[in-house]
Design a binder for this molecule. Structure first.
Ligand code: NAD
Length: 300
């Protein structure tokens, strides 16, 4: 299949690489040149623009930071036209970024007006899951579009869920990430408390993993440096899932709660923690660096 892949960051690069490995013809575009060079070396075709990557593609996949980037890519801004107005055929549009359900519906409506099928398909599983091709895709959109997308998504993921109509994928993803933000900050808090009271973080982690506090952060994403080989914490919190992106997702959860009159006291607390952590200059570190908040004054 001929696929255009736009956005080759921490997630997009390994996802596009897996599509090449699955035998697809993949044209890629990113604003950062070095990101495209790496994909070219993996067998993709580097393109000069999103339009040129999309030319003749049967499927377009985007993996961008936030809603404004997705709106701008597809709908354009000011004088620059969006991808929807530059398309010749009717490729399937799959946006895998985490954005607000309203943004997804807005872009989806614009797609429908042009006779295009749009799916929101945010992912879970982190950079490790993207590299291993074991991501979970949480898809919103019509059933026919979902069936069309499935074989492509299976080249990058293991669990492919249909959550409902356009925007439903984003709602489910936002709920998941709100819980993840709560779990990561709670895990960091428990480890901080234990270490301040003389425990070895690796021993405490093992105990909690096998006890009722066990959770995904402890199992695959331990925030304490050196406890887990290969974790972001063990490489100075470089790469992974940026604090800025977690703060964005918790903001999306907050907006969703306001709009639906849901109460999210734990999610609000997590949002404040990650926003504070980002404001202290940690926005470009992996989100598990929230551990640093709980290590302040450690040397005293
Ligand atoms: P990232 O910041 O590493 O990568 C984003 C990429 O998009 C960058 O390379 C950037 O240059 C590129 N980009 C931005 N605007 C562009 C444009 N107009 N055209 C082409 N390229 C453009 O982000 P990421 O970690 O890869 O995350 C992408 C999305 O996936 C986000 O919405 C994030 O919330 C979500 N997500 C991330 C993870 C994770 O673990 N990193 C996990 C699940 C979901």
């Amino acid at each position: 299949m001929k696929i255009a892949f736009i956005g080759l960051g921490n997630m997009g690069a390994p996802m596009a690489t897996n599509l090449v490995k699955a035998g697809h013809e993949v044209g890629v575009f990113d604003l950062v040149d070095s990101a495209m060079k790496a994909l070219e070396a993996a067998g993709a075709q580097a393109c000069a623009s999103a339009q040129s990557a999309a030319s003749g593609a049967e499927v377009i996949i985007s993996m961008l930071p936030a809603g404004q980037h997705v709106r701008r890519l597809y709908l354009g801004r000011d004088e620059s036209p969006g991808l929807f107005d530059a398309l010749e055929g009717k490729p399937l549009i799959i946006d895998a970024s985490t954005i607000s359900p309203d943004d997804a519906r807005f872009v989806g409506d614009a797609a429908a007006k042009r006779g295009l099928t749009y799916l929101d398909a945010p992912v879970s599983g982190g950079v490790g899951g993207a590299q291993a091709g074991t991501l979970t895709f949480i898809v919103g959109g019509d059933a026919a579009g979902f069936e069309q997308a499935k074989p492509v998504l299976e080249g990058m993921g293991k669990n492919i869920f249909h959550a409902g109509g356009i925007g439903a994928g984003q709602v489910a993803k936002i709920c998941n990430n709100m819980l993840l933000g709560i779990l990561m900050s709670g895990t960091a808090e428990a480890l901080g408390l234990g270490v301040k009271n003389g425990l070895d973080p690796a021993v405490l982690s093992e105990i909690m993993k096998q006890s009722s506090g066990g959770n995904w952060a402890l199992n695959v994403y331990n925030p304490w440096p050196g406890v887990m080989e290969g974790s972001a914490a063990s490489r100075d919190y470089q790469g992974g899932f940026l604090t800025d992106l977690m703060a964005k997702d918790l903001g999306l959860a907050w907006e969703l709660a306001l709009g639906s009159k849901a109460t999210v006291p734990m999610g609000s607390q997590a949002r404040n923690l990650f926003a504070l952590h980002a404001a202290q200059g940690n926005g470009q570190l992996d989100f598990s660096s929230i551990q640093k908040l709980y290590r302040a004054g450690e040397e005293d």
